[in-house]
Design a protein around this ligand. Structure first.
Ligand SMILES: Nc1ncnc2c1ncn2[C@@H]1O[C@H](COP(=O)(O)OP(=O)(O)OP(=O)(O)O)[C@@H](O)[C@H]1O
Length: 363
């Protein structure tokens, strides 16, 4: 497998706005750029795509230098092997879908045409003109066009923003399976926390043209110091689990967290051994000092308090990060319960879990 990780250190002045970013993104999965309107997400994406030049800096994709201002290197967009999908599908209005897809397609991608059309479910659209397509259909065609340039990296700038709720979900599921099938790294811009929770593996938080955080989604969402910037995200943690067994009689599925810990959830129609991520809202985790016997909480996990932090925006609440083996779980408590139970860092506790949600992605 070629190394397709993206590394960049770029500066660009745009009027009074300064973009100053130093970043390394993984070679696999979806890296999301998240930040308020005007934080610089699109400006960064345009530099990566080659639509703008940085004032100073370098960008490399795997071994290839795309830009290096000191050496005078600047690869034009069509030489970068980067596919771009914009907010609105930018199709040629007078070309049929087929011609839109094949326009600029390199010979190397020709054998994959049928497979990509099938993958995107756009076979029935090939002879239509762009003006007759729905927003979701047009966006699928533009994803197809980006894939048919044989890219090593796919950039998506709010690809779902023009779509309504149901179509948004549909295309989101679609992009998820696509990412798993084509195995090309994706840089994905959005300011929608729900969308990013569903799709991102890696999260980059941008504010005022600078990177505040760049790490796995799980790790960034554990950062209590970013509570303000991550306001739209439900405080939640993700746990990696695998399906251990099904209990058909009670309609339950047993999940293995690690060698000594299991969770029980409503029956999931998924084979034993399947890996999953579970999403657990911080407010659905309670703490007990010892494992209670008589409780309707099905899930109790032995844990250790790693940190307890006051919430910046709510003086009645605190947030605890619990170590559960080598995974981490957030719990939101009232300040009063912390004081009543005399909770402190390093203390062993039992985490009681009220609800879990399944992540859409299988791992
Ligand atoms: N050509 C330009 N000249 C001057 N300022 C610009 C130019 N292009 C962008 N900017 C400014 O750069 C800043 C970052 O814009 P950018 O479009 O990258 O933000 P964004 O995070 O993508 O926002 P949104 O989520 O609203 O799309 C903004 O303040 C914008 O006004």
């Amino acid at each position: 497998m070629p190394d397709t990780s993206l590394r960049l250190a770029v500066k660009k002045q745009q009027g009074r706005f300064t973009l100053d970013v130093d970043l390394a993104l993984p070679a696999r999965g979806v890296s999301a750029l998240f930040g308020a309107s005007g934080s610089g997400k699109t400006s960064l994406l345009r530099l990566i795509a080659g639509l703008d030049k940085p004032d100073a800096g370098h960008i490399t994709l795997g071994e290839r230098a795309l830009v290096d201002t000191r050496r005078g290197v600047f690869l034009p967009p069509n030489k970068r092997r980067i596919g771009v999908v914009f907010q609105e599908a930018r199709l040629f209005p007078h070309f049929r879908v087929r011609a839109n897809l094949t326009y600029g397609m390199p010979e190397s991608a020709r054998p994959r045409f049928d497979a990509i059309v099938k993958l995107l479910g756009i076979g029935y659209l090939l002879e239509r003109l762009p003006g007759t397509l729905s927003g979701g259909e047009a966006q699928r065609v533009s994803i197809g066009r980006a894939l048919l340039t044989d890219p090593e990296l796919l950039l998506m700038d709010e690809p779902l923003s023009g779509l309504d709720g149901a179509r948004k979900q549909e295309l989101l599921r679609f992009i998820l399976s696509l990412v798993q099938d084509v195995n090309i790294p994706v840089v994905y811009i959005s300011h929608d926390p729900q969308e990013l929770t569903a799709i991102a593996d890696h999260l980059v938080v941008i504010e005022d043209g600078r990177v505040l955080a760049s790490d796995t989604l799980e790790n960034v969402l554990l950062r209590v110091d970013l509570t303000r910037q991550l306001g739209g995200f439900d405080a939640a943690s993700t746990l990696s689990v695998s399906v251990a067994a099904h209990d058909h009689d009670y309609g339950l599925t047993h999940l293995q967290l690690d060698d000594s810990r299991t969770l029980v959830v409503p029956y999931q129609d998924t084979p034993v051994g399947t890996h999953f991520r579970l999403r657990i809202p911080a407010r659905d985790v309670a703490l007990a000092l010892s494992a209670p016997n008589n409780t309707s909480y099905r899930n109790q996990l032995a844990a250790t308090i790693e940190s307890i932090t006051p919430l910046p925006d709510d003086h009645t609440a605190v947030e605890a990060v619990l170590a559960i083996g080598d995974q981490r779980l957030r719990a939101r408590l009232t300040r009063k319960s912390r004081d009543d139970m005399a909770l402190e860092e390093g203390q062993p506790v039992t985490a009681l879990i009220r609800s879990v949600a399944f992540d859409m992605r299988q791992r």
